[in-house]
Ligand binder design. Structure first.
Ligand code: COI
Length: 349
Protein backbone atom coordinates (compact mmCIF):
# COMPACT_ATOMS: atom_id res chain seq x y z
CA UNK A 1 0.00 0.00 0.00
CA UNK A 2 1.36 3.42 -0.93
CA UNK A 3 1.39 5.81 2.03
CA UNK A 4 2.64 9.38 1.82
CA UNK A 5 4.42 10.47 4.98
CA UNK A 6 5.25 14.02 6.01
CA UNK A 7 6.86 14.28 9.45
CA UNK A 8 6.63 17.21 11.84
CA UNK A 9 9.70 19.44 12.14
CA UNK A 10 9.55 19.68 15.94
CA UNK A 11 7.46 17.59 18.31
CA UNK A 12 5.13 19.42 20.69
CA UNK A 13 5.32 16.60 23.24
CA UNK A 14 7.50 18.57 25.69
CA UNK A 15 4.63 21.09 26.11
CA UNK A 16 2.25 18.41 27.41
CA UNK A 17 1.68 17.75 31.11
CA UNK A 18 1.03 14.00 31.02
CA UNK A 19 0.17 13.92 34.70
CA UNK A 20 -2.83 16.19 34.21
CA UNK A 21 -4.71 15.21 31.07
CA UNK A 22 -8.37 16.00 30.45
CA UNK A 23 -9.90 13.34 28.23
CA UNK A 24 -9.52 14.03 24.51
CA UNK A 25 -8.06 17.53 24.64
CA UNK A 26 -4.46 16.92 23.60
CA UNK A 27 -3.48 15.31 20.30
CA UNK A 28 -0.28 13.71 19.08
CA UNK A 29 2.09 15.07 16.44
CA UNK A 30 0.62 13.32 13.39
CA UNK A 31 -2.69 12.34 11.82
CA UNK A 32 -3.71 9.80 9.20
CA UNK A 33 -5.91 10.94 6.36
CA UNK A 34 -7.40 9.42 3.23
CA UNK A 35 -9.91 10.94 0.80
CA UNK A 36 -12.61 9.18 -1.17
CA UNK A 37 -12.93 10.90 -4.55
CA UNK A 38 -14.07 9.80 -7.99
CA UNK A 39 -15.50 6.62 -6.50
CA UNK A 40 -12.26 5.40 -4.90
CA UNK A 41 -10.08 5.85 -1.83
CA UNK A 42 -7.01 7.83 -2.84
CA UNK A 43 -3.44 7.38 -1.60
CA UNK A 44 -3.49 7.72 2.20
CA UNK A 45 -1.15 10.09 3.97
CA UNK A 46 0.22 10.78 7.42
CA UNK A 47 1.03 14.42 8.05
CA UNK A 48 1.54 16.80 10.95
CA UNK A 49 -1.59 17.21 13.09
CA UNK A 50 -3.29 20.39 11.96
CA UNK A 51 -6.61 22.08 11.22
CA UNK A 52 -8.43 21.01 8.07
CA UNK A 53 -9.68 23.30 5.37
CA UNK A 54 -13.21 22.17 4.50
CA UNK A 55 -15.79 24.00 2.42
CA UNK A 56 -18.75 25.31 4.48
CA UNK A 57 -21.13 23.42 2.19
CA UNK A 58 -19.56 20.03 2.99
CA UNK A 59 -22.39 17.60 3.74
CA UNK A 60 -21.07 16.62 7.14
CA UNK A 61 -21.90 20.10 8.44
CA UNK A 62 -25.49 19.97 7.25
CA UNK A 63 -26.62 16.37 7.50
CA UNK A 64 -24.23 14.85 10.02
CA UNK A 65 -23.11 12.08 7.69
CA UNK A 66 -20.27 10.96 9.94
CA UNK A 67 -19.20 7.84 11.81
CA UNK A 68 -16.35 7.14 14.21
CA UNK A 69 -14.58 4.58 16.37
CA UNK A 70 -12.79 4.54 19.70
CA UNK A 71 -9.74 2.37 20.38
CA UNK A 72 -6.78 2.43 22.76
CA UNK A 73 -3.07 1.61 22.58
CA UNK A 74 -1.04 0.68 25.67
CA UNK A 75 2.71 0.63 26.32
CA UNK A 76 4.22 -2.17 28.42
CA UNK A 77 7.40 -2.09 30.54
CA UNK A 78 9.47 -3.18 27.54
CA UNK A 79 8.28 -0.20 25.50
CA UNK A 80 6.15 -2.39 23.31
CA UNK A 81 2.83 -0.99 22.16
CA UNK A 82 -0.35 -3.08 22.12
CA UNK A 83 -3.79 -2.71 20.60
CA UNK A 84 -6.89 -4.51 21.86
CA UNK A 85 -8.96 -6.40 19.25
CA UNK A 86 -8.36 -3.74 16.54
CA UNK A 87 -10.08 -5.82 13.88
CA UNK A 88 -13.33 -5.37 15.79
CA UNK A 89 -13.14 -1.59 15.37
CA UNK A 90 -12.07 -1.91 11.76
CA UNK A 91 -15.10 -4.06 11.02
CA UNK A 92 -17.48 -1.93 13.06
CA UNK A 93 -16.60 1.37 11.41
CA UNK A 94 -17.52 -0.18 8.09
CA UNK A 95 -20.83 -1.48 9.51
CA UNK A 96 -21.57 2.01 10.79
CA UNK A 97 -20.53 3.49 7.44
CA UNK A 98 -22.80 1.12 5.51
CA UNK A 99 -25.83 2.22 7.57
CA UNK A 100 -24.99 5.87 6.83
CA UNK A 101 -24.51 5.03 3.12
CA UNK A 102 -20.79 5.73 3.25
CA UNK A 103 -18.12 3.65 1.46
CA UNK A 104 -16.24 0.95 3.38
CA UNK A 105 -12.66 1.84 4.23
CA UNK A 106 -10.21 -0.93 3.16
CA UNK A 107 -8.93 -3.07 6.04
CA UNK A 108 -5.34 -2.88 4.78
CA UNK A 109 -5.40 0.93 4.75
CA UNK A 110 -6.91 1.01 8.25
CA UNK A 111 -4.42 -1.41 9.80
CA UNK A 112 -1.31 -0.18 8.04
CA UNK A 113 -2.22 3.47 8.51
CA UNK A 114 -2.91 2.94 12.21
CA UNK A 115 0.25 0.93 12.84
CA UNK A 116 2.46 3.44 11.02
CA UNK A 117 0.87 6.36 12.86
CA UNK A 118 1.36 4.65 16.24
CA UNK A 119 5.00 3.90 15.46
CA UNK A 120 5.60 7.52 14.44
CA UNK A 121 3.90 8.86 17.58
CA UNK A 122 5.08 6.08 19.92
CA UNK A 123 6.54 8.55 22.44
CA UNK A 124 2.97 9.71 23.10
CA UNK A 125 1.95 6.30 24.44
CA UNK A 126 2.87 6.45 28.10
CA UNK A 127 3.47 3.51 30.43
CA UNK A 128 1.59 3.07 33.66
CA UNK A 129 -1.77 1.64 34.62
CA UNK A 130 -3.68 4.88 34.15
CA UNK A 131 -2.19 5.84 30.82
CA UNK A 132 -3.30 4.98 27.32
CA UNK A 133 -3.41 6.51 23.89
CA UNK A 134 -7.01 6.99 22.79
CA UNK A 135 -7.39 6.47 19.04
CA UNK A 136 -10.20 8.11 17.15
CA UNK A 137 -10.76 6.90 13.56
CA UNK A 138 -13.62 8.72 11.81
CA UNK A 139 -15.19 9.35 8.44
CA UNK A 140 -16.94 12.53 7.31
CA UNK A 141 -18.89 13.50 4.20
CA UNK A 142 -16.96 16.16 2.30
CA UNK A 143 -18.93 16.78 -0.88
CA UNK A 144 -19.52 20.53 -1.29
CA UNK A 145 -23.26 20.54 -1.81
CA UNK A 146 -26.26 21.13 0.46
CA UNK A 147 -28.73 18.82 -1.28
CA UNK A 148 -29.97 16.24 1.20
CA UNK A 149 -28.49 13.06 -0.22
CA UNK A 150 -25.41 10.91 0.32
CA UNK A 151 -22.11 12.58 -0.32
CA UNK A 152 -19.93 11.59 -3.25
CA UNK A 153 -16.73 12.48 -1.35
CA UNK A 154 -15.49 11.47 2.08
CA UNK A 155 -12.50 11.87 4.36
CA UNK A 156 -11.28 9.06 6.61
CA UNK A 157 -8.97 10.12 9.43
CA UNK A 158 -7.25 8.78 12.53
CA UNK A 159 -6.23 11.13 15.31
CA UNK A 160 -4.74 10.10 18.66
CA UNK A 161 -4.97 11.57 22.14
CA UNK A 162 -3.02 10.59 25.27
CA UNK A 163 -5.55 9.95 28.04
CA UNK A 164 -6.02 8.83 31.60
CA UNK A 165 -9.51 8.29 33.06
CA UNK A 166 -12.75 9.36 31.39
CA UNK A 167 -14.84 10.15 34.46
CA UNK A 168 -13.16 12.19 37.16
CA UNK A 169 -15.27 10.90 40.05
CA UNK A 170 -18.06 8.44 40.73
CA UNK A 171 -20.68 7.77 38.09
CA UNK A 172 -24.36 8.18 38.88
CA UNK A 173 -26.95 7.44 36.22
CA UNK A 174 -30.57 8.23 35.58
CA UNK A 175 -32.91 5.82 33.76
CA UNK A 176 -34.47 7.53 30.73
CA UNK A 177 -38.24 7.95 30.88
CA UNK A 178 -38.79 10.77 28.42
CA UNK A 179 -36.06 11.11 25.81
CA UNK A 180 -34.75 8.26 23.64
CA UNK A 181 -31.40 7.52 22.09
CA UNK A 182 -32.40 5.04 19.41
CA UNK A 183 -35.43 3.48 17.75
CA UNK A 184 -36.10 0.24 15.92
CA UNK A 185 -34.68 0.38 12.42
CA UNK A 186 -32.62 3.45 13.28
CA UNK A 187 -28.89 3.99 13.68
CA UNK A 188 -28.48 3.16 17.39
CA UNK A 189 -26.13 0.24 16.71
CA UNK A 190 -23.83 2.45 14.61
CA UNK A 191 -21.21 4.82 15.98
CA UNK A 192 -22.91 7.61 14.10
CA UNK A 193 -21.94 11.10 15.24
CA UNK A 194 -25.60 12.16 15.47
CA UNK A 195 -26.38 9.51 18.09
CA UNK A 196 -24.09 11.36 20.45
CA UNK A 197 -25.25 14.86 19.49
CA UNK A 198 -28.85 13.82 20.19
CA UNK A 199 -27.92 12.71 23.70
CA UNK A 200 -26.24 15.95 24.77
CA UNK A 201 -29.36 17.89 25.72
CA UNK A 202 -30.92 15.13 27.90
CA UNK A 203 -27.42 14.52 29.31
CA UNK A 204 -27.19 18.18 30.29
CA UNK A 205 -30.54 17.98 32.09
CA UNK A 206 -29.32 14.86 33.91
CA UNK A 207 -26.02 16.58 34.79
CA UNK A 208 -27.96 19.50 36.29
CA UNK A 209 -29.48 16.96 38.69
CA UNK A 210 -26.06 15.47 39.50
CA UNK A 211 -26.07 12.44 37.15
CA UNK A 212 -23.15 11.81 34.79
CA UNK A 213 -24.96 9.50 32.40
CA UNK A 214 -28.37 8.39 31.21
CA UNK A 215 -29.16 4.71 30.86
CA UNK A 216 -31.37 4.72 27.78
CA UNK A 217 -34.50 2.64 27.72
CA UNK A 218 -36.45 1.26 24.76
CA UNK A 219 -38.04 4.17 22.91
CA UNK A 220 -41.57 2.75 22.76
CA UNK A 221 -42.25 1.79 26.41
CA UNK A 222 -39.23 2.99 28.45
CA UNK A 223 -39.55 -0.32 30.29
CA UNK A 224 -36.28 -1.99 29.27
CA UNK A 225 -32.77 -0.81 29.95
CA UNK A 226 -30.48 -0.59 26.94
CA UNK A 227 -27.15 1.29 27.03
CA UNK A 228 -25.65 4.52 28.23
CA UNK A 229 -24.24 6.13 25.09
CA UNK A 230 -20.64 6.30 26.24
CA UNK A 231 -20.88 2.75 27.58
CA UNK A 232 -22.81 -0.52 27.64
CA UNK A 233 -24.26 -1.36 31.03
CA UNK A 234 -24.05 -4.46 33.25
CA UNK A 235 -26.18 -5.22 36.31
CA UNK A 236 -25.28 -7.68 39.03
CA UNK A 237 -28.22 -9.20 40.87
CA UNK A 238 -26.96 -11.55 43.57
CA UNK A 239 -24.21 -13.48 41.78
CA UNK A 240 -25.44 -13.15 38.21
CA UNK A 241 -24.39 -10.49 35.71
CA UNK A 242 -26.99 -9.23 33.27
CA UNK A 243 -26.61 -7.11 30.18
CA UNK A 244 -28.99 -6.28 27.37
CA UNK A 245 -28.61 -8.12 24.05
CA UNK A 246 -27.29 -6.05 21.15
CA UNK A 247 -29.86 -5.00 18.60
CA UNK A 248 -30.29 -2.31 16.00
CA UNK A 249 -30.65 0.10 18.93
CA UNK A 250 -27.59 -0.90 20.99
CA UNK A 251 -23.91 -0.56 20.18
CA UNK A 252 -22.08 -3.88 19.90
CA UNK A 253 -19.35 -2.78 22.31
CA UNK A 254 -15.93 -4.42 22.05
CA UNK A 255 -15.41 -4.04 25.81
CA UNK A 256 -18.93 -5.38 26.41
CA UNK A 257 -18.34 -8.58 24.45
CA UNK A 258 -14.89 -9.04 26.00
CA UNK A 259 -16.31 -8.67 29.52
CA UNK A 260 -19.00 -11.26 28.78
CA UNK A 261 -16.32 -13.75 27.67
CA UNK A 262 -14.01 -12.90 30.57
CA UNK A 263 -16.78 -13.21 33.14
CA UNK A 264 -17.77 -16.61 31.78
CA UNK A 265 -14.16 -17.76 31.91
CA UNK A 266 -14.12 -16.71 35.58
CA UNK A 267 -17.20 -18.91 36.17
CA UNK A 268 -19.43 -15.90 36.69
CA UNK A 269 -22.96 -16.57 35.55
CA UNK A 270 -23.80 -14.13 32.73
CA UNK A 271 -27.24 -13.67 31.24
CA UNK A 272 -27.66 -11.63 28.08
CA UNK A 273 -31.35 -10.77 28.00
CA UNK A 274 -33.82 -7.93 28.19
CA UNK A 275 -33.63 -6.24 31.59
CA UNK A 276 -36.62 -4.32 32.85
CA UNK A 277 -36.47 -1.15 34.90
CA UNK A 278 -39.00 -2.81 37.22
CA UNK A 279 -36.78 -5.79 38.06
CA UNK A 280 -33.76 -3.58 38.70
CA UNK A 281 -35.76 -1.29 40.99
CA UNK A 282 -37.20 -4.33 42.81
CA UNK A 283 -33.76 -5.94 43.15
CA UNK A 284 -32.39 -2.66 44.52
CA UNK A 285 -35.21 -2.45 47.06
CA UNK A 286 -34.55 -6.04 48.20
CA UNK A 287 -30.80 -5.36 48.49
CA UNK A 288 -30.12 -7.87 45.69
CA UNK A 289 -28.78 -5.36 43.18
CA UNK A 290 -25.15 -5.54 44.15
CA UNK A 291 -23.47 -3.74 41.24
CA UNK A 292 -24.01 -1.73 38.12
CA UNK A 293 -21.14 -0.81 35.85
CA UNK A 294 -20.52 0.58 32.41
CA UNK A 295 -18.09 -0.80 29.85
CA UNK A 296 -16.51 0.98 26.91
CA UNK A 297 -13.16 1.83 25.36
CA UNK A 298 -13.07 5.33 26.83
CA UNK A 299 -14.58 4.48 30.23
CA UNK A 300 -12.96 0.97 30.49
CA UNK A 301 -15.12 -0.42 33.34
CA UNK A 302 -16.76 2.32 35.38
CA UNK A 303 -18.65 1.34 38.51
CA UNK A 304 -21.98 3.12 38.90
CA UNK A 305 -22.56 4.27 42.46
CA UNK A 306 -26.24 5.26 42.24
CA UNK A 307 -29.19 5.41 39.88
CA UNK A 308 -32.35 7.40 39.72
CA UNK A 309 -35.67 6.20 38.36
CA UNK A 310 -38.64 8.55 38.07
CA UNK A 311 -37.20 10.81 40.75
CA UNK A 312 -36.41 8.01 43.21
CA UNK A 313 -32.70 7.60 44.02
CA UNK A 314 -31.01 4.28 44.80
CA UNK A 315 -27.47 3.92 46.08
CA UNK A 316 -25.48 0.83 45.19
CA UNK A 317 -23.53 -0.95 47.93
CA UNK A 318 -19.75 -0.46 48.05
CA UNK A 319 -18.36 -3.99 47.66
CA UNK A 320 -14.91 -5.17 48.73
CA UNK A 321 -14.67 -7.75 45.96
CA UNK A 322 -16.75 -6.45 43.11
CA UNK A 323 -17.11 -8.14 39.75
CA UNK A 324 -16.30 -4.76 38.19
CA UNK A 325 -12.91 -4.61 39.92
CA UNK A 326 -12.10 -8.26 39.17
CA UNK A 327 -13.04 -8.01 35.49
CA UNK A 328 -11.33 -4.65 35.04
CA UNK A 329 -8.09 -6.09 36.41
CA UNK A 330 -8.33 -9.20 34.21
CA UNK A 331 -9.04 -7.16 31.11
CA UNK A 332 -6.53 -4.38 31.61
CA UNK A 333 -3.81 -6.95 32.44
CA UNK A 334 -4.47 -8.53 29.05
CA UNK A 335 -4.55 -5.13 27.32
CA UNK A 336 -1.28 -4.02 28.92
CA UNK A 337 0.61 -7.29 28.37
CA UNK A 338 0.71 -8.03 32.10
CA UNK A 339 -0.91 -11.44 31.82
CA UNK A 340 -1.34 -14.31 29.41
CA UNK A 341 -3.90 -13.59 26.69
CA UNK A 342 -5.66 -16.90 26.15
CA UNK A 343 -8.27 -15.19 23.99
CA UNK A 344 -5.78 -13.84 21.43
CA UNK A 345 -7.12 -10.28 21.83
CA UNK A 346 -3.84 -8.40 22.22
CA UNK A 347 -2.14 -7.27 19.01
CA UNK A 348 1.37 -5.87 18.89
CA UNK A 349 2.01 -2.66 16.95
C1 COI B 1 -15.45 5.11 23.20
O1 COI B 1 -15.55 4.50 24.26
O2 COI B 1 -14.46 4.98 22.50
C2 COI B 1 -16.50 6.00 22.74
O3 COI B 1 -16.60 6.18 21.58
C3 COI B 1 -17.36 6.65 23.72
C4 COI B 1 -17.26 8.11 23.76
C5 COI B 1 -16.04 8.76 24.24
C6 COI B 1 -18.11 8.87 22.87
Amino acid sequence: MALHIEKIATSKISEVDFSNLKFGQVFTDHMFECDFENGAWQTPKIRPYQALSIDPSAKVFHYGQAVFEGMKAYKDDNDEIWLFRPEQNQERINKSAERLDMPAFPKEYFMEGLNTLLKMDSEWVKKGENNALYIRPFVIATENCVSASSSTNYKFMIICSPVQGYYAGEVKVVFADKYSRAANGGVGFAKAAGNYAASFYPAKLAANDGYQQIVWTDASTHEYLEEAGTMNVFFRINDTLYTAPTSDRILDGVTRKSIIELAKSEDINVEVRKISVKEIVEAAKKGELLEMFGTGTAVVISPISAFSNKGENFDLPKLENSYAALLKKKMTDIQRNLSEDKFGWRVKV
